[in-house]
Design a protein around this ligand. Structure first.
Ligand code: HEC
Length: 260
């Protein structure tokens, strides 16, 4: 008798735990999915009144199964208004998306869609009276500045060691460092247009995602922070880098392997 009760009380917590586990297993993913698939958005009244949202949001939902609920500004995962990343123009201004919940998978889908081809075409196809009211945002690609070659080459060498040698071999000593498939500075220096490439490197892939040049490049989009420790340079730094690269010997691309 005592043994039975004993066994009973001991078995009970396990049975309970099992049931809780099963419940979590069955309902957990569904609950997560439901939240992942609902984005709370706030938009300025002018935008809502224009009818654009009624035109684009159902199409977004159809494509992605993510629903959008319009809420007060303080409850929003995303705000369409004057701050954040430019997504379209219309009603005499640039509309931007401010992502306040960057880890929410639904908001990421919304930003991808809005800034991608399909979203941009959907925005442009909104033409209640036959004329499109909204169009793509102004070009936000970073401008490319003129850089002189009389910077401080020695400082440039140091900078390329600290900032670029994570991926590039930047001199003899760092040969074999960095990422194998990334061109070495010596090889790049040997290209006839090396000057153009270096002076605009921050606008050439893959650098824009992680590079900031003070007063030149726009800040990283808030929903796309730099995935790695960012490269941060001033214009003086860039001139120093250029001076260093100008001074370095170009790799002899024509040299046969057995001479090296
Ligand atoms: C996180 C890795 C990484 C860092 C850090 C990095 N680069 Fe690069 N860079 C690359 C890769 C990868 C390529 C090759 C891209 C390609 O071939 O499409 C490249 C290419 C280049 C090119 C040639 C671009 C072209 O399209 O012709 C230049 C110039 C350059 N990098 C300069 C720099 C300078 C200067 C720094 C430091 C201030 C730097 N990079 C830091 C990864 C990096």
């Amino acid at each position: 008798m005592t043994r039975l009760t004993d066994a009973g009380t001991r078995a009970y917590p396990w049975g309970m735990l099992l049931r809780v586990l099963i419940l979590m297993f069955v309902c957990g993913p569904a609950m997560v999915l439901a939240n992942d698939r609902l984005v709370r958005m706030h938009a300025d009244a002018a935008l809502t009144d224009s009818g654009l949202l009624k035109h684009i949001l159902p199409r977004f939902t159809l494509k992605t199964q993510v629903r959008i609920e319009q809420v007060a500004r303080e409850d929003a995962h995303v705000v369409l208004g004057t701050e954040g990343r430019p997504v379209f123009t219309g009603l005499q201004r640039t509309w931007k998306i401010d992502v306040r919940a960057p880890d929410h998978p639904g908001t990421a889908k919304l930003v991808d869609w809005l800034t991608g081809d399909v979203g941009q075409r959907t925005v442009a196809s909104f033409a209640p009276d036959g004329t499109a009211l909204f169009g793509p945002p102004e070009d936000t690609a970073p401008e490319v500045v003129e850089v002189s070659l009389d910077g401080d080459a020695e400082a440039g060498h140091k900078l390329s060691r600290t900032q670029c040698s994570r991926c590039h071999a930047v001199d003899e000593a760092t040969r074999g460092w960095g990422i194998g498939s990334t061109p070495s500075f010596g090889i790049l220096r040997a290209l006839p247009d090396w000057e153009e490439r270096f002076s605009a490197f921050y606008a050439l892939n893959p650098h824009p995602a992680f590079t900031q040049i003070a007063d030149v490049t726009p800040p990283f989009p808030i929903d796309r922070p730099s995935p790695i420790a960012p490269v941060e340079l001033s214009l003086d730094d860039l001139e120093a880098l250029m001076a260093y690269v100008a001074s370095m010997p170009a790799a002899d691309l024509g040299k046969p392997l057995d001479h090296q």
